[in-house]
Design a protein around this ligand. Sequence first.
Ligand code: IFM
Length: 780
Amino acid sequence: MRYGYFDEKAREYVITRPDTPTPWINYIGNGKYGGIVTNTGGGYSFHKDPQNRRITRYRYNNLPTDRPGRYIYVRDRLTGEYWNPGYQPVQRKLDSYRCRHGMGYTVLEGEYKGIAADVTYFVPDDRDFEIWLVQIRNLCHVERNLQVFSYAEFCFWDAIMDQQNVDWVQQINQGRYEDRLITWHPHHFKDACAFFATNAEINSFDTNLEAFIGRYRCESNPIAVETGACSNSVSYRMNGVGAFCIDVNLKPGEEREIIFILGFTENKSTIRDEIRDYLNVEYAKEALKRLKDSWEEYLDKLQIETPDRETNLFVNTWNQYQCKITFNWSRFVSMYSWGLGRGIGIRDSAQDTLGVMHSIPELAGGLIKRLIHCQYTDGRVYHLFFPLTGEGGIGDAPVVKFDWYSDDHLWLPIAANAYLKETANFDFFQSVVPYNDNKTEGTVWEHLNRAMEFTYNHRGPHALPYSRADWNDTLNLDMGNGIAETLFTSMLFSEPPLKRFRCRISDKRIATKYRYWYDEMKQAINEWCWDGEWYIRAFDDEGNVLGSGKNRYGKIFINSQSWAVLSMVAPEEYAKKCLESVYRHLNTKYGIVKVYPAYPEYNPKIGGMTTYPPGAKENGGIFAHTNPWVMIAECMMGNGRRAYQYYRQILPLTRNDDADLLEVEPYVYCQNILGKEHPQFGIGRNSWLTGTAAWNMVAVSQYILGIRPEYDGLTVDPCIPPDWKGFKVRRIFRGCVYNIEVRNPEGVRRCEKNCRRGVETDKIPVKPAGTVCECVVIMG
Ligand code: IFM
């Protein structure tokens, strides 16, 4: 079953029926004020931090699902019938329905008995509020007397407290009204408030949710809408709502436009000034146009034209879009992590910078410094932090508690290296950033070195990094002996400054140290961790091996194979063998599973991953985040066909017609898909905020198409399926537009070194900003 289609020209995904298997969402806002909008108008809003400053409420684990949201009710005064253009919450069957999710905006369009109503939701110009632009048209031949009601259910700003301390929260909430403006704030806050406003003449309003809904009713049949008037309630306690009732009489063919604005301010007295312009419909429409233009500018930095239309669509629009949303919100706020407890993950955000580095390198560099600020003086980092308060910590890992992860700090050099390659701004190394105690500070370079030193100084009996958990949050081997070791972190450690920065370090002593560390780690890996056909995964806290052919379960793990190649610690023979083993043991038609066979039961010696049933999440699920690492490894080994096969396997839009199985949105990557050992093989979960977005962007653009930024130029090193006759890439790099055409007349899968014609070497040198560089590369 399909629920929608891609409108390529408009860069929209258009949902044509409201009953999607899960709510299919979009994000509005730019990482400051923002919100989630679902295809039926559900979702919630927040300001800077969805945990500490929630604006509207959402009912988690609720049935019916996806409530409440930003609702518009339309009521016919003659018949008393009422409905929503987005179908929910009234659920009246509409004569036509569409949800158009675009870049930073969503439009719900519903038609019922000759009345067409659209609502467009977006955040204008990086402001601290969102606009709901309502357009309502009379398609009939007779005049229609209608009413429009709005509904925004306020939340106590501390979203956890809103659930936990109902006693306190519901005594202190205050809702007030004055001249088409509703404000909402706790009693002890005098200036800061959430607000809801309109430009229309109103019939009536409600600030109190109970008054609007009525006793023993819900959002589907609010008493106010049913009776055709709000009760002008002032809310002295309990729950709040931004509800207006507006009378709309429409002659045949007539249209009316209404603006609602929902937002947050630190200073109540400035609200009217802040929103005045945006209450003008034309001004609001211009703001929407500016928003669309800014997304075009963002996407314009990289555009591709390959023989695969679906790859083009994904890279040119949806994958890049998802990368930015993920960059904004890390893993904090989605339909799976509700903005409660997760915060901004350090390892996650460091990886997210890789997906946007080509388009917004300066913002990415800024985030990297913010992450570096989360470092302790000993070199490790918080696991996550909260953007509003700056507080950091270790997070909410289930089952097993520990105080640091072996890998978090090691993602920082990788991100910094990507920033340097994109910008060549080596002064970045010299920027001074405080440590998380705010008492001491160091240059970025010092911070990165401390990260490396921390790992080097915390190693176990095989000279591999000690581990409580690594990238795999749920592989928790530490039982108190302090000897569990992780191969993944060993490989991560071997990847960045050790090899990449070495060439930039003029200080011979440090360069020699890194060379030595790298050789030492590489030797330990190959001495202790090669299992014959693949690399093992770890040593547990009793010195037993995980991820070996000798194990009954968990024989082979994906990450030790891909990272053996990425970190270049594997000799060629081992690299080939371990990638072949991935294909043989782990690959499925929906993607590569993370481990096989999965663990059948909970095993405290292995930890959180065994809390999942076989085939789910980290226990044998298709953890999509890990798949692009295998694609990159295959490209590094010259296997374009297989890399592309892996790429297509998890490309979400290929599941558009099979949406009942995938369940989640076909326009973005999801974090995990239930694996082959699960009875529901193929179902996706945790769409949107996942490292899958950034890493697929890197895999397809930098390895399959092979356009890679280097300190001193742009490498063109494609590794494509041999039947591709070529492709084109438009890439803006350090201000120069590179129009690159790759031709593959002989059907090869990879350029041989120095074989290219059209460029002198395999690297296009840096050209002056403002110029255009035309470049033809012929594979052969
Ligand atoms: O690497 C983690 C990520 O940080 C959060 N989601 C799960 C991944 C694998 O455990």
